[in-house]
Every structure is written in C-alpha cells, then in structure tokens.
Design a protein around this ligand. Structure first.
Ligand code: ADP
Length: 372
C-alpha cells in the first residue's frame, strides 16, 4: 500500500467503502423483497364454523404456501439485478473517484515537478502560489520560505568560505614573499636570519590562531553548559588579565553590580567577556574609560559593557556579529583582528540561550548588552 500513489489509494479506499455499503444494502433489499413476496403469496386460513361472538376480533392466520415457479423466477431475477446494479455502482463510483482525485491532485503534481527542478542556483526564485486558498497554496508558501532560508544559508556559507580563504591567503602570501626574497641572496647575516624567523613566527601564529577560531566557531555543539558561575567574579578576572593592555593605553576600567550566579560553561563565558572587554580597550581612545555593570535579570545575568571609544555606526550594528566583518578592515587587521571575535561571542551566547546586542549611545562609544 505504501508504494501506491495517493490517487490510486483513494480510489481503492472508495471502492472498498462502496463495496461494503452496496453489499449491505443489497443483502437488506433482498431480504425485505423476499419477505414481502412471502406475504403477498400467503393465503388466509378461513374457519369452517363460527368460533364465538367475538369472532370478528380474531385474526385469521396466514398459511404460507410453496412459491410458484413464476414467483421463484421473479425472486431470482430481483437477486441477479440487484447484484448487477451493485457492481455497476461500485465500478462507476471507483472510476469517478479516480477521475476526481486526479483532477484535485493535479496542482500537487505541478508543484512536485517544479520542486524537482530546484537546484542550488535557483533557490531564490519563488514558485507561483496558486490562487486557491487551500493546502496546496499553504505548501507552496512554506516551500518558498524554506527555499529562501536555504538560499540565505548558502550565500552566507559561500561568503564565509571566501572570507576564510582570503584571511588565510594574506599571511601565506606574506610568508612566501619573505622566503622568496631571502632565497635570492646567497649569504645572510645573523640579523637577517632572526628577522626572517620573527616574521615567520608572527605569521604562523596568526594563521594557527585563525584556524583555531574557525574550529571553535564550528565545534560548539558538544560542550556542556551546566557549571554554576559567579558572573561578577568572572568579569573581574577578565579585567585583571587585560590589565597590561588597559594600563598601556591608560584606560580606566570600572566594574559595578551585584553577585550574580548563572549556569553555563566557564571557559566559553570567559571567552565572551574577554573578547568584549578586549574590544572595549582596543577600539577605545587613549585615556578613555570602560564601565561594566553586572546585574541579575530574572533567572539570567545581565552584563552591560560601555566604552568611550570610536563607536560603531548604526547601520553596521547588526553586521558586526557576522564572521570576518570589520568596521574598518585595515585598522582592525593592524590590531591583529580577523573579525571572528564577535561571531564566536554570539555563537557562545546563543548556546547559553542568551542575547547580545549593541545599545544606542548618543554620547559616542559603544555599549554592549549581554543577557546570559
Ligand atoms: P576583531 O577581531 O576585528 O576585533 P570582532 O569580531 O571582535 O573582530 O569585532 C568586529 C568588528 O566590530 C571590529 O573589527 C570593530 O570594527 C567592531 N567593534 C567591535 N567591538 C567594538 C567596540 N567596542 N568599539 C568599536 N568597534 C568595535
């Protein structure tokens, strides 16, 4: 039954239903007709003498008599005819069901053939939604929505691969040029060796950091988030670790708020706040400030990180969480960033069922709001 088409399945079901109903009806009809014929053929028994004064109240019993040949033939004919018409009704009913289901399922067939023609290259083309407001129109709308999401995912994936390849190619190209130039000369001083080695080390470090970040971004599924974490303490630890950078840039960091306990993964959350505070220092002005507030919000923890830095233009606030996105490419690259930091932060926050967004700040600078 599983391999039969819906059209054939509906036809077989209706034939089965018709057969059951018609057979029942034919049996009842034949039974009633036979009884009626019996009654018509029976003769009343007349009493030989008066029984009593109340004789008129007495009914005379009917005596069945053997049916005659003509009557028997009529009964048989009725039987054959009823069976014949029953078969006709079943066959015609089955045929009609086959035809009607075929017509009703036609739009589904058209939709199915259009779906078969879908490839990675035409995912953004929308299928025409039938004007009937039925299930097929619903199905077409759902298919169009799914197709659009798939197209967006493909575009993002393609962009991600292109960006990753570009990021990996840049340090590799620098390495190759340096080595080629080095090879051209026969004799080298110790300083030249040291210089080449330090360039090689810096670029291979950058490459391995990039590969590690790319792996982190895709390998977050199996990490558990069940540890009890004191959020304010975690932020204080991060600030302490980043002290050498903040001192170097003469940036004041203030942490305020209350003890806030959350469930999560310590290493991942450490990474979130390390990234955000590091950015708040990195994109800040000399002698700037960073203020961090840690609060409880319902069952979750709320951390607000505010800096007095260069800020993020409004139209770019939604883009900064995309992998490899940098507001000022050359400036960020000079600072060693590949634009993966905030993408990783967002992935971690989503893994903790939290939220991260950039709040408007008319005074300049950037405010990140993290709910975790
Ligand atoms: P990067 O490694 O380049 O810092 P991120 O993903 O951490 O990458 O940040 C993406 C971009 O968002 C940065 O290149 C920078 O332009 C911008 N950005 C992030 N944080 C801040 C901030 N606190 N102030 C200003 N710009 C920021």
């Amino acid at each position: 039954m599983k391999k039969i088409s819906i059209r054939m399945r509906l036809t077989l079901l209706s034939v089965l239903l018709l057969t059951v109903c018609c057979t029942g009806l034919t049996i009842i009809l034949n039974f009633s007709a036979n009884r009626m014929a019996d009654v018509l053929e029976a003769v009343p028994l007349t009493p030989a003498k008066e029984v009593s004064e109340k004789a008129e109240e007495l009914s005379f019993p009917l005596i069945p008599i053997d049916s005659s040949k003509t009557s028997q033939a009529a009964r048989n004919q009725f039987q054959y005819q009823s069976i014949f018409y029953m078969a006709v009704v079943i066959v015609v009913g089955g045929g009609l069901t086959y035809y009607l289901t075929g017509t009703s399922l036609k739009p589904l067939q058209i939709l199915s053939s259009q779906m078969k023609n879908r490839t990675v290259h035409n995912l953004s083309d929308e299928l025409k939604v039938p004007e009937s407001a039925d299930e097929i129109a619903d199905l077409t709308i759902s298919f169009n929505q799914m197709s659009k999401k798939l197209d967006e995912a493909f575009v993002m994936q393609r962009q991600f691969s292109q960006n990753a390849a570009h990021e990996l190619r840049t340090p590799l190209a620098v390495l190759k040029t340096k080595v080629d130039v080095f090879k051209k000369k026969q004799e080298h001083t110790k300083e030249e060796y040291d210089k080449l080695l330090s360039v090689l080390t810096a670029h291979t470090d950058r490459l391995s950091e990039l590969v590690k970040e790319l792996l982190d971004l895709t390998n977050m599924d199996e990490i558990s988030c069940e540890e009890h974490i004191e959020l304010k303490q975690l932020v204080l630890d991060v600030v302490k670790e980043l002290e050498p950078f903040s001192i170097k840039k003469k940036i004041d960091i203030l942490v305020e708020g209350e003890k806030t306990s959350v469930l999560g993964n310590r290493n991942l959350l450490h990474r979130v706040f390390y990234n955000l505070v590091e950015n708040a220092i990195k994109y800040n002005i000399e002698k700037g400030a960073v203020k961090i507030f840690v609060l409880e919000e319902g069952q979750q923890g709320l951390v607000v990180i505010e800096d007095t830095g260069i800020g993020i233009p409004d139209e770019m606030k939604s883009l900064i969480f995309q992998p490899f996105f940098r507001v000022d490419k050359s400036r960020s690259r000079q600072m060693g960033g590949a634009g993966l930091g905030l993408a990783i932060v967002k992935a971690i926050i989503e893994k903790h069922y939290g939220q991260i967004n950039v709040l408007p700040n008319p005074e300049g600078g950037t405010i990140f709001r993290v709910l975790v």
